[in-house]
Design a protein around this ligand. Structure first.
Ligand SMILES: NC(=O)c1ccc[n+]([C@@H]2O[C@H](COP(=O)([O-])OP(=O)(O)OC[C@H]3O[C@@H](n4cnc5c(N)ncnc54)[C@H](O)[C@@H]3O)[C@@H](O)[C@H]2O)c1
Length: 390
């Protein structure tokens, strides 16, 4: 890490220069959007197995000094302090372990390993290098509306929790003419299917709140059986399109049902992430479908039950130059997540400038427990108990 003026500069290598690699480049390029942060990422090196992918970075990101096609060369680069790794799921274990062993801080993409064994191998490598800061990408909790719900949970405002529903819904796969990609194949996306692809987003806040499922009953569905292979033929879609998980949550003082859903085929939804919490004293809901709004229903016995829908002001974890009346969006949530990661790298886990950290490896490992149990539930038709080893 280098100092430049009063700012700590974190030199980043990006491995995997596809959709998400570019999102990071965009966030790093508009760091001036953030007010009063004493740290800044600088992408100095990029790597992709496909040289056409790094060419975009060479053109669009002036700070890039070196491009590689072999990630091991990037890891040997002494001018790289930290790595963002956004590659298909079958590569997570090998690459994340090598990044951690190289002593580079890592923001890795979910699901943090293609399956439970891959995730366990990553966790093992992490236990050997505790000084390396490793976090898992998950940006939606940084929406102001989601942060509002987190604050109400922290304040214990809900009373006795009646039930919780969390989900992440897409609809682009409703189109049977959409060509096959790596997310539809078990070899690259894993047997978890839509759960591995979308599930960490859904579980991040429940796990952060301590709402660990005690058991899970899963209903998984495959809807589109084959897709154009891009070569004039058709290829089988091997992964689960949709998943509904009915969970039984037990905390120190509460027991309640929680429904988690991850759907690649939810007609009408483009990228809808939502959290609904119903309680005896407060119910509340935030969905990215209406990104400005938070719905809440405070209740006292005998009083009327009325939902209030209010526009959430642009109040983010890290202050910005944006006025409070403007809208917050997807790329803002990515920027905020990156600020949280860089804050932790620059200032240390105990000295962050605000309290909400990125998803932890332990939370990602928790999501693997839930998905693995869900696969067993689908195979057997049973409700599967989860052992959190506590
Ligand atoms: N946080 C989010 O909202 C979000 C959204 C989409 C995807 N993701 C995650 O990001 C990761 C990547 O997904 P994506 O949509 O960006 O995929 P993508 O296909 O757009 O990009 C992946 C890139 O990895 C490259 N690659 C493949 N093998 C490589 C290797 N051995 N070395 C270096 N590069 C290699 C590919 O050439 C490609 O450019 C996945 O883990 C996915 O789950 C996260």
């Amino acid at each position: 890490m280098a100092g430049e003026g009063s700012k700590k500069i974190i030199r980043f290598g990006v491995i995997g220069c596809g959709l998400m690699g570019k999102e990071f480049a965009s966030a790093a390029s508009r760091w001036c959007h953030l007010a009063d942060v004493d740290f800044e990422p600088r992408i100095t090196a990029v790597c992709d197995a496909n040289p056409a992918a790094t060419a975009w970075f060479e053109q669009a990101v002036p700070s890039v000094e070196r491009s590689y096609t072999d990630y091991r060369e990037l890891l040997a680069d002494p001018n790289v302090d930290a790595v963002y790794c956004a590659v298909p799921h079958n590569l997570h274990a090998q690459l994340y372990i090598d990044i951690i062993r190289a002593g580079k801080h890592l923001l890795g993409e979910k699901p943090f390993g293609i399956d439970a064994a891959a995730n366990a191998a990553i966790m093992e490598a992490l236990s050997e290098r505790p000084e390396v800061i490793v976090r898992c990408s998950s940006e939606f909790p940084f929406f102001p509306g989601a942060m509002q719900l987190t604050e109400w949970v922290r304040e214990g405002r809900f009373g006795r929790i009646i039930e919780v529903e969390a989900g992440f819904w897409h609809s682009s796969d409703l189109d049977p003419n959409k060509p096959i990609n790596w997310k539809r194949r078990i070899a690259t996306n894993g047997e978890y299917g839509c759960m591995g692809d979308l599930g960490m987003h859904v579980l991040h806040l429940p796990l952060r709140y301590g709402w660990k499922p005690k058991s899970v009953r899963a209903l998984l569905s495959k809807i589109v059986p084959e897709r154009p292979d891009g070569k004039g033929g058709m290829a089988p879609c091997e992964t689960w399109d949709n998943a509904i998980l009915a969970c039984d949550v037990e905390t120190a003082d509460q027991v309640f049902p929680m429904v988690l859903s991850t759907k690649r085929i939810a007609p009408g939804h483009a990228n809808t992430w939502f959290l609904r919490i119903q309680g005896t004293e407060l119910s509340a809901e935030f969905t990215t479908k209406y990104p400005k709004q938070v719905a809440s229903l405070p209740y006292t016995p005998g009083a009327s039950q009325a939902w209030h829908v209010a526009d959430a002001p642009y109040k983010s974890a890290y202050g910005t130059i944006t006025g409070g009346i403007f809208e917050f969006g997807f790329s803002d949530s990515i920027l905020q997540m990156w600020a949280a990661f860089c804050d932790e790298v620059a200032n240390g886990p105990d000295r962050m400038t605000q309290p909400f950290r990125c998803a932890t490896p332990e939370e990602a490992a928790g999501s693997h427990r839930v998905f693995t149990a869900a696969l067993e539930s689908q195979r057997t038709g049973w409700t599967i108990p989860l052992n959190w080893g506590e």
